[in-house]
Ligand binder design. Structure first.
Ligand code: ZN
Length: 208
């Protein structure tokens, strides 16, 4: 994997997912970020997580890799060079506590290995992507299936919003939000990341 700079994530970008966690559907993109230490490749390896911090949830998401500096008016097709399927792992019990206190989510979202990515493939373009579903298979069973056409904020909106508020350039990743069906991982779970009919990545969960 070439050098990754910033890892941005969009929260509550699919209405059905916002609903399943009893959250309101946002009226502008809700962004958070993860440290680069969170990054891990879903290349079939075992991925280590803490076993003593409550439930850990998978959130399966399309991940965009930015290939050049942002300029006003640049189109998604020009600035995105590749895509992957990723998992935004979340310490859900920790996050619930943070939400109650009105604290930032970093403790729940930024732990090591919390940003998993599959292999990257060339960016197919927005319209082409609407014809293809992404999914997560856990121990042989499909647990999440999504399509970018159901996003509340589309790629262009997310790209412009991110660039204008934080900056966006080569080597940045954007996790574009999870559809419904998030759930807990357990020790020895096998997770397979699928784009259409192709397996792009895989990992095994190891709880410490
Ligand atoms: Zn997420």
């Amino acid at each position: 994997m070439s050098k990754i700079n910033n890892i941005y994530c969009v929260g509550r970008n699919y209405a059905a997912h916002a609903k399943e966690l009893q959250n309101e559907v946002p009226s502008s993109p809700m962004l958070f970020s993860k440290p680069t230490h969170a990054l891990v490749k879903g290349d079939g390896q075992e991925v280590l997580f803490p076993g003593d911090r409550g439930s850990i949830h998978f959130e399966t998401e399309v991940v965009l890799k930015i290939g050049k500096p942002y300029e006003q008016g640049i189109k998604a097709e020009e600035i995105v060079d590749s895509m992957a399927i990723g998992i935004d792992f979340t310490l859900r019990d920790v996050q619930s506590e943070l939400k109650k206190k009105g604290h930032p989510w970093l403790l729940a979202k930024g732990f090591p290995n919390s940003a998993l990515v599959s292999n990257f493939i060339p960016f197919p373009g927005v319209e082409e992507m609407k014809k293809i579903d992404f999914s997560l298979v856990k121990n042989g069973e499909t647990v999440q299936q999504g399509n970018i056409k159901n996003m509340i904020f589309d790629f262009q909106t997310i790209i412009d919003f991110t660039a204008q508020n934080f900056g966006l350039g080569e080597g940045d990743l954007i996790y574009t939000g999870t559809p419904e069906g998030v759930g807990q991982v357990n020790d020895k779970d096998q997770l397979t990341l699928i784009w259409g009919n192709s397996i792009l990545g895989e990992c095994y969960i190891k709880l410490n």
